[in-house]
Design a protein around this ligand. Structure first.
Ligand SMILES: [Zn+2]
Ligand SMILES: [Zn+2]
Length: 88
């Protein structure tokens, strides 16, 4: 049974490789091979898990503003946390 809950993304240059890093200079998701390539040497490469954490911190920062515009969004974020908790 395929794990459909996980949203896997594949490298644009290597369709058989899953992306594992985020290039902050190119604002692109890359596989480990691309992340180490000369094309991206010197670029700010972060593991995706950390990039995802930073995005979540950004969400938490803008949350009060979002709550004003979209009442109930807190519930959505809670659900997201439950899901990501299950995925580990
Ligand atoms: Zn690649
Ligand atoms: Zn790059």
């Amino acid at each position: 049974m395929a794990d459909t809950g996980k949203d896997e993304q594949w490298c644009a240059n290597h369709p058989d490789k899953e992306v594992t890093v985020h290039d902050e200079n190119c604002e692109q998701l890359l596989c480990d091979k691309c992340g180490r390539s000369e094309e991206h040497s010197g670029h700010r490469i972060e593991p995706i898990s950390r990039a995802a954490r930073i995005s979540r911190q950004k969400i938490l920062l803008v949350l009060p503003e979002l709550e004003r515009s979209f009442p109930g969004i807190n519930t959505c974020i809670d659900n997201t946390e439950v899901v990501s908790g299950r995925l580990g």
